[in-house]
Design a protein around this ligand. Structure first.
Ligand SMILES: Cc1cc2nc3c(=O)[nH]c(=O)nc-3n(C[C@H](O)[C@H](O)[C@H](O)COP(=O)(O)OP(=O)(O)OC[C@H]3O[C@@H](n4cnc5c(N)ncnc54)[C@H](O)[C@@H]3O)c2cc1C
Length: 125
C-alpha cells in the first residue's frame, strides 16, 4: 500500500489545471498524488467533454488568439505522448468546428469576426 510519505506533492483537484500541474511535476521527477472529488463531480473539465475549441477565441486580444492556436497545435503531439506513457488514448481529433448561424445576419456577423481574428493575429484561425 502506498502512503502519504511516499509523495512529494499532493495536488487537490484533478481537473484540467490540477492534472496539468501534476503531470508537469511528475515529468520533472516529483512523486505526485492527485486527490480528486470523483467522477460524479460535474466540474468544468468534465462537462466540457474534452473540447479543444479555438475558433473565434481572442477577438480583440491577439496574444490570446495566438496562444490558443499554439495550444491547439500542441495537442496532437501531447495526445501521442499520453498514449505512449499511459496506454490510454484521449481520442483527440482535430476536424474543425461547427458554428450555427441564425440567418444571413448571423452568418455575416460570424464571417466578420473570423476575418477580424485572422487579420489581427496574422494567422489562420
Ligand atoms: C461547456 C464548456 C466548454 C468549454 N470550452 C472551453 C474551451 O474551448 N477552451 C478552454 O480553454 N476552456 C473551455 N472551457 C473552460 C475549461 O473547461 C475550464 O476552464 C477548465 O476545465 C477548468 O479546469 P480546472 O481544473 O480549473 O477546474 P475544474 O474542471 O472545476 O476541476 C476542479 C477539480 O477539482 C475537484 N475538486 C473540487 N473540490 C475538491 C475537493 N474539495 N477535493 C478534491 N477534489 C476537488 C473536482 O472534482 C474537479 O475535478 C469550457 C467549459 C465548459 C463548461
Amino acid at each position: 500500500m502506498t502512503t502519504a510519505e511516499h509523495y512529494d506533492i499532493a495536488v487537490v483537484g484533478g481537473g484540467m489545471v490540477g492534472s496539468a500541474i501534476a503531470y508537469g511535476l511528475a515529468k520533472r521527477g516529483a512523486r505526485v498524488v492527485v486527490l480528486d472529488q470523483g467522477d460524479n463531480a460535474l466540474r468544468s473539465a468534465r462537462v466540457n467533454f474534452g473540447l479543444v475549441w479555438l475558433q473565434s477565441k481572442g477577438d480583440g486580444m491577439p496574444a490570446y488568439a495566438r496562444w490558443t492556436r499554439r495550444s491547439a497545435d500542441l495537442w496532437g503531439a501531447f495526445a501521442a505522448e499520453l498514449i505512449e506513457t499511459t496506454g490510454i488514448s484521449p481520442e483527440h481529433e482535430q476536424r474543425g468546428g461547427l458554428a450555427y448561424c441564425l440567418g444571413e445576419n448571423g452568418f455575416e456577423a460570424r464571417r466578420v469576426t473570423i476575418l477580424r481574428l485572422h487579420n489581427q493575429s496574422g494567422r489562420e484561425v
